[in-house]
Unconditional design. Sequence first.
Length: 81
Amino acid sequence: MRIDCKHVWEYISAYIEGEVDADLRAQIDKHLETCEICSAVLDSTRNVVVLYADGRIFELPRGFSQRLHERLDIELAKAVP
């Protein structure tokens, strides 16, 4: 199986938690070497985990969630051939 962006995003949480098997981890690692978008998603997801674990409350700007979902839809559409 060839790993693409959609697969990486599907497994990103399990990848961060170390819950993917060695073969899948190696495939994701290889994909991350050449894909700037997925590397950014990985870094952002890790940052969210760190912020969430911090315990402090951060108020998001108005409309942030909607803009985030719109941007993710755009990027996902670009990634799918």
